[in-house]
Ligand binder design. Structure first.
Ligand code: GUN
Length: 280
């Protein structure tokens, strides 16, 4: 079987191009979408992600307001900043980059963000809206995965989807989104006893475990669609996903590469959510 590589970068560019035009129109009407980007500490991966998000804002025409706080910032002062941003009319979206330093309670911080500015879709009000099928912000990585599948015309209805990973950011929300598309969804995690058997049955497998090359080609069903959310370094320090890309060749029908697969889509969907936040 010929394995087709999903071009996340191209799709993300198309989305950003559309948004750029929308933002130009909004600006003509006097509305400039604004995103506050908050980074606490000096996690090097987070710095790269935040830098890419700000670059995307600039491209699309969204005004970004950058807050880089030291590692030893108190939780109270972060909560105060969020409160100020909640009340700032120029700020339509608030993004607090995760993970936060260990002395902070992430859930408490996320809860402080006004739900209508929570462009990450992490607030319990938005997470709950997804659960019950009500309108709200959908977290960017899962939303990006669904958009990729839609644009590559992957039929999800009636398909068996296996999600490996159960995080609040990816595993749980992507499971709900696949369910919403009428797929049959199995969520696997570190305590799943028959993981390989589960993966072998999947028409679509989404892997978000944060372990380099964790899923090998021989574990996949012939023709499976493989979505790799991982971002790791291999033994040579090269970027790689949670799926062993080379061994999936010839077995998967479609696969996202790392980099240039899911990653650019996360940022494109963040831009989408910012425009939504500014216009609703
Ligand atoms: N850390 C890893 N992914 C994300 C994301 O999508 N948003 C935020 N805020 N932090 C993250």
């Amino acid at each position: 079987m010929q394995t087709k590589i999903i071009d996340g970068e191209m799709i993300a560019s198309e989305i950003k191009e559309d948004l750029k035009k929308q933002v130009e129109d909004l600006k003509e009407k006097g509305l400039t979408p604004g995103l506050a980007v908050v980074l606490v500490g000096d996690n090097s991966a987070s710095k790269v992600y935040v830098g890419n998000k700000k670059k995307a804002c600039e491209y699309v025409g969204i005004k970004s307001f950058s807050y880089e706080l030291p590692e030893n910032t108190s939780e109270d002062s972060l909560l105060e900043l969020i409160d100020t941003l909640n009340q700032d009319e120029k700020v339509h979206g608030i993004l607090v980059q995760m993970p936060l330093p260990r002395h902070m309670d992430e859930q408490k911080v996320i809860k402080a963000i006004a739900p209508h500015k929570d462009v990450d879709g992490f607030h319990i009000e938005n997470a709950g809206a997804l659960l019950v099928g009500a309108p709200g912000f959908i977290s960017c990585t899962p939303a990006g995965i669904i958009e990729l599948l839609r644009r590559y015309e992957v039929v999800l209805e009636g398909k068996k989807c296996v999600v490996v990973g159960r995080s609040n950011i990816v595993g749980k929300p992507i499971s709900l989104l696949l369910l919403r598309e009428n797929a049959t969804v199995t969520i696997c995690h570190s305590k799943t006893t028959n993981l390989e058997e589960e993966i072998k049955q999947a028409d679509v497998v989404v892997v978000a475990v944060g372990k380099a090359k964790f899923v090998k080609g021989h574990m996949l069903k012939e023709g499976a669609v493989v979505i790799d959310v991982g971002m790791n370094r291999d033994e040579n320090g090269k970027l790689c996903g949670d799926v062993d890309f080379d061994s999936a060749q010839g077995i998967a029908s479609l696969i996202t590469p790392v980099p240039k697969g899911v990653g650019p889509m996360t940022i494109a969907m963040l831009m989408y959510n910012c425009v939504l936040a500014a216009t609703h």
